[in-house]
Design a protein. Sequence first.
Length: 169
Amino acid sequence: MELLDLYNHDNQKLNQTMIRGEKIQQGQYFKIVHIWFKNHLNQYLIQQRNKTTDTFPYQWAPTAGTVREGESSRETCVRETKEELGLSITDQELRLIDIYPIDHDRASYIIEVYLVHKDIDIEALTIDIDEVKDVKWSNIKEIQLMIENKMFWNFLPIIPNYLDLLESV
């Protein structure tokens, strides 16, 4: 059983928790982080999900995770990167790009998008094969094409300027 802290629409902690997967009340949000790694060639490190239990199994996506009870978003970024890729990063490497509260029928959540400028040797990564099937570097045009072909998580219906935002930093 995984507990998650709850927040309001303005990203303020409510001092309440939920069990992951359970329905929450209107006005309550849990938090998700997206961690994008960008190298000096303006390519992004993306990963192919390996869990059949994912909403979109086997699709490509940035590194991502849910913020647990008592954990900060930045701590989640560090933990998820280590768990999924075997890569150690520091809080200081993380740059918060934007915060998006999402109201959805099943559950409302807040996405915090982070960027890390880092050249990473993907051959040196130790991926968690339960979570990640593969990793690769892709430029924004390749990612857009993957979205069009339903091979990459499509955030554009909920955050229309998502990829533009990444390219602007």
